[in-house]
Design a protein. Structure first.
Length: 261
């Protein structure tokens, strides 16, 4: 493939850490200028949602977006992606990674926690749901304290999954009831967890809803999801509403969605 075959260059403009965003933006801008291509700054969160829809054929789902940097319940309502619930402190993926490090497990920690949990039993951890929002910082602290007291890693891993995922199932079910939608789509790196899928699927079956999971190879951050949203935005005539090359705190509910009618 040659640059003559490419029409647009898309890059992740936010949200995220400033340094990788700036380096990526500078590289994309340099290429766009050199080869005279249209440049599309993409919202990273939109990438996860849209690649999930593309790869599963979900039409209008409640998105459960779970990763090392995000924990949000999202749905398209009245022309925008709206956040119906989110973490009040740390994301679930970050919570799992920190606890995994305390257990001296390799990174990423989520899959390692999932393996350990298969041989564990329940010990009490805080269950924190506030309306449609969740909180994981207290669970993280409690789990680390249990570890220091000698509670088996397997029991902590099992309880961590059961508690954290139950919280997500509760707020997702509430979002389904509120919006009247009939689909749930799991996106982001944590979506690959089989126990989460099992719990969410059971809830969906009881509500008569369909559950979809983004394929594992597209669940973590990837270039395809940014390219796909860039193409959708370009074809729909979307224009960036911010002046800077990156927007570090660019929330998904601030994005004008021109490609969904």
């Amino acid at each position: 493939m040659k640059f003559e075959d490419i029409d647009i260059i898309a890059y992740s403009a936010g949200p995220g850490l400033p340094l990788p965003l700036i380096i990526t933006a500078d590289f994309a801008i340099e290429l766009a200028k050199k080869y005279k291509k249209s440049l599309i700054p993409v919202n990273h969160c939109c990438g996860h949602l849209e690649i999930g829809k593309l790869m599963t054929n979900a039409k209008d789902p409640i998105f459960v977006y779970l990763s090392g940097g995000n924990t949000q319940i999202i749905a398209f309502v009245e022309g925008r992606y709206r956040i119906f619930g989110e973490t009040e402190d740390i994301p679930i993926g970050n919570c799992f990674d920190v606890i995994a490090r305390e257990m001296n497990l390799p990174m990423p920690g989520g899959p390692e926690i999932e393996k350990l949990a298969k041989n564990g039993k329940y010990v009490k951890l805080p269950y924190v749901v506030k309306g449609m929002d969740v909180s994981y910082s207290g669970i993280q602290t409690a789990a680390i304290n249990l570890l220091k007291r000698g509670v088996p890693k397997e029991d902590i891993a099992y309880s961590l999954q059961e508690t954290c995922f139950a919280m997500l199932v509760e707020v997702t079910e509430r979002a389904l009831a509120h919006t009247g939608k009939s689909e749930v789509l799991l996106v982001g790196g944590v979506a690959a967890n089989k126990r989460l899928q099992e719990m969410m699927k059971k809830m969906c079956e009881e509500r008569g809803a369909k559950m979809f999971v983004v394929p594992k190879e597209y669940s973590c951050d990837n270039g395809v999801m940014i390219a796909w949203v860039g193409l959708l935005a370009y074809k729909s005539g979307w224009k960036s509403s911010f002046k800077d090359k990156i927007f570090q705190k660019w929330r998904i509910d601030e994005v004008e969605i021109t490609w969904i009618k």
